[in-house]
Design a binder for this molecule. Structure first.
Ligand SMILES: Nc1ncnc2c1ncn2[C@@H]1O[C@H](COP(=O)(O)OP(=O)(O)O)[C@@H](O)[C@H]1O
Ligand code: SF4
Ligand SMILES: [Mg+2]
Length: 360
């Protein structure tokens, strides 16, 4: 990789949970041991179930969330050792964020023109006339008619509001844009338009884009590289072309097996039980309570990062073999579930003690 634009080194983020006692609040492990490099101009997709830490990762990348430990290096400098004013300028001028819901992200009392001028005014970009010209240019860039400049966000459609949010994120010509579920609050009919706009802008402006979504097939199509997260951990990182049927982590394969591809029928790999609580992640591999391949080794230690070809990393003690089909994996998981159910029916206590899926 060329010199990374942004680099996370062993980043952990814990929050104080609402559960626990008054003096001993539980800790939520929102992000654990994240290592990641983002190259200039690349699109990185982030997938994983709700609550797995995608938004925490997004906010950490943008210097909005301070890590509990670890470092965030942006353009060669540690974000959290620089003076706060410098960090705000660095983040404010070099990065942009697009949120899920444009109706809450935009100030309802300001006109579209004022919303787009605001970052230019705050960071004193150009003369007043140049700022006006930039507002007009931004509106054209994202396909908003000039006539909307004096309108308020409430007078626009959801898709138009998201176009305003994208234009605002691009106002200062950032190097990196992070889009966190940018289409989930929009009507299905306008989602494709907004995604195409993001892709087009990224190509034209040479931006690095981090794209977070639970629509994993869209993430795959949009991205150069895809990260899979599970319970606060990055468990796999693979070129987008490999993620669908050459992913090595069982969870990545299960995640993609549950959504229809363009040509393939759905063949979901069954997983045991719910996602465990982020306040008490399981010992060893966090996925072992649901994984059909889990054994005692998985309960003992977190797997190290292993490579699987160029730009492909995963953390698993018993990875999926290259070339194994989703159907084969679904069959393995179904057989494992049936065996475990039979064991539990025979000797409930012994089965619970023996199987890493059931250990606390
Ligand atoms: N401010 C906070 N206080 C306490 N817990 C939080 C806070 N923000 C996020 N969490 C918890 O951290 C975990 C990761 O959350 P989040 O990053 O929002 O996940 P995602 O975006 O993948 O749904 C979840 O368990 C969530 O409940
Ligand atoms: S380490 Fe074990 S439990 Fe975790 S994903 Fe791999 S096989 Fe499954
Ligand atoms: Mg989120």
């Amino acid at each position: 990789m060329t010199t990374p634009l942004l680099w996370l080194n062993d980043v952990h983020v814990t929050h104080r949970a609402r559960s626990g006692g008054l003096f001993s609040r539980d800790q939520v492990h929102a992000l654990t041991g994240a290592n990641l490099k983002i190259a200039p101009g690349e699109t990185l997709g982030v997938v994983g179930e709700s609550g797995c830490g995608k938004s925490t990762l997004a906010k950490t990348l943008l210097g909005v969330q301070r890590p509990t430990s670890g470092t965030v290096t942006f353009r060669g400098r540690d974000l959290w050792t620089m003076p706060p004013a410098r960090r705000r300028t660095e983040i404010g001028t070099r990065t942009g964020m697009i949120f899920q819901d444009p109706s809450t992200a935009l100030n309802r009392r300001l006109s579209i023109r004022q919303i787009l001028r605001d970052p230019l005014d705050v960071h004193r970009r150009g003369t007043p006339a140049e700022r006006d010209a930039r507002v007009a240019e931004l509106m054209e860039l994202v396909g908003l008619p000039k006539a909307l400049a004096d309108g308020l966000p409430g007078q626009l459609s959801g898709g138009q509001r998201q176009r305003v949010a994208i234009a605002r994120a691009l106002a200062l010509e950032p190097d990196l844009v992070v889009a966190d579920e940018p289409t989930s609050a929009l009507d299905v009919s306008v989602r494709a338009q907004i995604l195409n706009l993001l892709l087009d802008l990224k190509e034209r402006l040479g931006l690095a884009l981090v794209f977070v979504s639970h629509d994993i097939q869209t993430v795959r199509r949009m991205s150069d590289r895809v990260l899979t997260m599970y319970l606060g951990r990055i468990v796999e990182e693979a070129p987008a072309a490999e993620i669908l049927d050459r992913a090595r982590h069982p969870y990545t394969r299960a995640l993609f097996s549950a959504t229809p591809g363009l040509l393939d029928p759905i063949d979901p790999i069954p997983l045991a039980g719910p996602v465990p609580s982020a306040t008490r992640p399981p010992s060893g591999c966090p996925f072992r309570t649901r994984c059909w391949k889990a054994d005692d080794v998985c309960a003992e230690a977190m797997p190290d990062v292993e490579p699987s070809g160029t730009g492909h990393l995963f953390r698993c003690h018993h990875p999926v073999n290259e070339g194994e089909s989703t159907h084969e994996l679904a069959t393995q998981a179904a057989v494992q579930a049936a065996t475990q159910a039979a064991d539990t029916a025979r000797t409930p206590a012994a089965a619970t003690a023996a199987h890493p899926r059931e250990r606390p």
